[in-house]
Design a protein around this ligand. Structure first.
Ligand code: ADP
Ligand code: NI
Length: 210
């Protein structure tokens, strides 16, 4: 069953260059399973929902309802229980860490995937993904004339300019405070410090301070 779901996801995300490629999915899956070992949860739901977690992202799919139907059809064709299918759909519809009006996730399996997804947005990989995303969206690397916003909704991101570096302040350095599990918080510490170090080096070089 897992192999069928893997191929489905690989085929959907194979052309992605915005930081949501298959290897992101695979890391989130591995990290989710690692976190899940310390929690009292259904690991199979965690793994399947982790594999599918970006498939309904409005940034990636054109028609969300079609994509949702495809997922339900796939899981039904694999004889997966209805109750679990519903939980998986609920998780992947609410997993995103969108600014502002993000709904509270109330399934522990979903919280674990949120933690794993957020961990992949910080540290060295998080830095790399942010510049991939910004490049793909045509944002500047940095522009001191573009102000840092407190919290940006996707609407704002569509209408207002931001930069890769601004995104660190608008979102990435705040992620450590949004984690649900101790396992994730422990892993986040080093990655968070690495972001801060990267930012201070970036600004030092930007100012040509020798
Ligand atoms: P998810 O993995 O839940 O889909 P996002 O789509 O919000 O998370 O972010 C995926 C990656 O793209 C992250 O590494 C994030 O830093 C980066 N990213 C998202 N929005 C922006 C943005 N406006 N500017 C720069 N990078 C972004
Ligand atoms: Ni993701």
């Amino acid at each position: 069953m897992i192999q069928h779901i893997e191929s489905f996801v690989q085929q959907k995300l194979s052309h992605d260059t915005t930081g949501h490629d298959w290897y992101h999915i695979d890391r989130v899956r591995k990290m989710s399973i690692h976190i899940a070992k310390n929690e009292n949860v259904n690991i199979e739901i965690v793994e399947i929902a982790a594999l599918l977690h970006d498939i309904l992202d409005e940034k990636l799919v054109k028609n969300k309802e079609n994509a949702k139907r495809e997922i339900i059809d796939l899981l039904e064709s694999l004889q997966y229980q209805d109750e679990y299918i519903q939980q998986i759909i609920y998780i992947i519809e609410n997993v995103g860490f969108k600014g502002g009006n993000g709904m509270q996730m109330d399934l522990v399996e979903g919280k674990i995937i949120q933690d794993a997804d957020r961990l992949d947005a910080i540290g060295a990989i998080g830095i790399a993904r942010t510049f991939m995303y910004s490049g793909a969206k045509g944002q500047a690397m940095y522009d001191p004339n573009i102000p840092v916003r407190d919290e940006m909704s996707y609407e704002q991101y569509r209408n207002e300019k931001s930069t890769a570096i601004n995104h660190f302040y608008e979102k990435l350095v705040k992620l450590i405070h949004t984690l649900h599990t101790d396992t994730a918080r422990n892993i986040a510490k080093e990655r968070h410090d690495f972001l801060k170090l990267f930012l201070s080096e970036f600004h030092r070089e930007w100012e040509v301070k020798l």
